[in-house]
Design a protein around this ligand. Sequence first.
Ligand code: ZN
Length: 101
Amino acid sequence: MPAPSDGEGLRCGRSASVQGIVSSRVVAPYTKHVMPPPIELHLDDIVQTRKAHPCGGDTWRIVRLGAEIGLRCERCGRKVLLPRAELERRIKRFVARGPER
Ligand SMILES: [Zn+2]
């Protein structure tokens, strides 16, 4: 005779924990529906990113605008290109604003 109560007990506990994970993840897509206002970027703006460059610097000068944004590390002078959406996610704050337009 099999003991169905054991199996059911396991399944029940498992599904409960899975549900907990799923419900906490569901929140993220909803917040993404609200489009954040686009960040205005100008040449010569200095921005600080959440993630520092391997050199230790975390401030960047904007040197190129387009589909991809060109950034120059203020510490080591290295240039990188980041898609605008990626950069907007990384920007922590503006350190200095370049001249308007
Ligand atoms: Zn650097």
